[in-house]
Each structure stands twice: as C-alpha cells, then as structure tokens.
Design a protein around this ligand. Sequence first.
Ligand code: RIB
Ligand code: CA
Length: 324
Amino acid sequence: MKRKIIIDCDPGVDDALAILLALNHPEIEVEALCSVTGNGLIEHTTANALKILKLCGREDIPVYRGCNESLSQEVPETVDAFGDDGLGGYAHLVETTQQPEQEHAVDFLVRYAREHSGEFTLFIIGPCTNIAQALRKDPEFVHHVKEVLIMGGTKGFGNASPVAEYNFWADAQAAQEVLAAGFKKVTMIGLNVTHPIALEADIREMLRIFATDLSTFIYKITQVGVDEAWQSAGRLVAPMHDVLTVAYFIDPTLLEVIPAHIDVVTEGIAEGESVVDLYGKYHQGQCNAHYAATVDVARFNELFLTTVFPEFKDEIIQYIKENK
Ligand code: RIB
Ligand code: CA
C-alpha cells in the first residue's frame, strides 16, 4: 500500500525538487500540497506548487493556499536566492489552468487530519506557520499525524543569521510551537545535513546531457543557486535542502538521527536558532524530536537521481560509483 503524505511548502527550487522526488516514487501518495510564504510571497509559492504538479502531469493533486503572515502577523522577509519568481527565473516555462482549492490550507490540514487520523506523514519544508495555526485551531491535530519531517533548524551555522536557518527564522514562534506540540515522531533535518547534499556541477551537467523535459527543467531552475553559491562562497553547487526530507522518508538509512530535545529561540539576537540538546541531557532525558546528525551524500545522490530518472539508472550508478 502506498504511504500517504502532505507537503507543506514554499516553492522554491529545492521545494520543487522535493515534490518531484515524492511524485516520482512508486510507494508515495502525495495527498495535497499546502503553500506558505517563504521563498516568495504566498501568491508565488502557491502558483509554483501548481506549476510543479502540471510539469509532472499530476493536476489531480489539490493545492491549498496557506498563510502569508507569520504568527506575529508580519509577512516574513522572503528568500531571494532562488530568483524573483522562486523558480530561478523559469516559473514562466510552465503554465497551468489548475486553481488552488477554495479551502484555506489550515482548515484543510485540520479536516484532513481528522479524516485520516494516523494515516499520513506531514512534511514541513517551509516556515512552520500553517502547522502552528492548525495546532492552535484543533488541539487534537497533534494526535492525528503519524510522523512529521521538518526541513528547518541547524546546529553550528545558519543561513538567515549566524545561528538561524531560514524556515525557523522566518517564523520562530511557529517552529517552537511545532516542536513543543507533542507529535508522536518529529525529525529535524537541518542545514547541517542539507548543506552537504547540494547539487554538484558535474551531476547537474549530467542532467543537461539527459536532455529530458524534466532534467532540462531542473538544470535551468538550479542555475541561480549555482551563481549565488559561486559569488558568496566560491562553490559550484545548487542548494537542495528540502529534498533530503523526502529522500529520508524513502530510505531512513541515509541519515544518522539522534534523539534530542529541540527548542527554538523566539526573540532576540539568536531568534530562529534551534537549540539541540542531544539525548535530552539538560532535560532529564526527555526528547521531543530526532536530530539528523550525518548524511550519506553519495547514496542520497543515487537515490534522488535514479528515482527521478529511472531510465538512466545504469549510467547514474556507474558514474557515482566511479566518481563519488
Ligand atoms: O534554509 C533552507 C530552507 O529555506 C529551504 O526550505 C529553502 O526552500 C529555503 O526556503
Ligand atoms: Ca522550502
């Protein structure tokens, strides 16, 4: 039986890649996409979610438009690393007539969770606002979700501040409420493991050579990430952060995860910082999450590429074996 998932996202190049991976895996059933402001304002992230479904011929999957404002009722500063349109300047390549559903994402989440209690995994790969609002709206929501996988947080370095990762920084209060809510199982897949899986230039070149509609699209939308990484850090890579949540769902052996008590700083100079207490050492052994500590990059690459491009499986495996 397929495993049901809901993806709460802010597409976003790396969100797009995460969705593509989920849609191309035979054992995953994407039940819905929910949008939130992050890589762009809500109208852009919602439109991009619809475009990704169109690209994959999956306009049967509903998209629910979510929150534009964080819990503090401010519109978070959006990310500009993926271009003005969130898809590296290539959002215009895909046109769709599919419209978002009338129901708000928060209402949908609450309703769906009641109707499918214990049946689905929730991915949070943008700011946590929609999920925090669902928790506030329905105290039972927390009990209906089988598992939560979050791309957010970090340990050791940030990308929105010296200590904070963007998704947690954009709505720190929401991230804290999600972590403190008491979900059955939460895994924080943060920058410390998503930074190393960035798409390397030679693998990106492989996508150009494959020359399918999908590989060409990925090649194009990741260009802006490479340009930004080159200018800021002298690296020829494109960010893939969110993809790791789906890859981990497919193959949990890709990550080493450690039980931890995780809090998020909600104000002050460290706002958005995830404070990771491994094994709950400072919380009498109480843990509220799992912390992803290490990642197997070569196996991630193989899983991502062979799932999205099964027609090139032999070439991909051979290349990774000889070069990674
Ligand atoms: O910090 C990485 C996160 O912020 C990812 O979810 C990415 O899409 C960006 O919005
Ligand atoms: Ca994202």
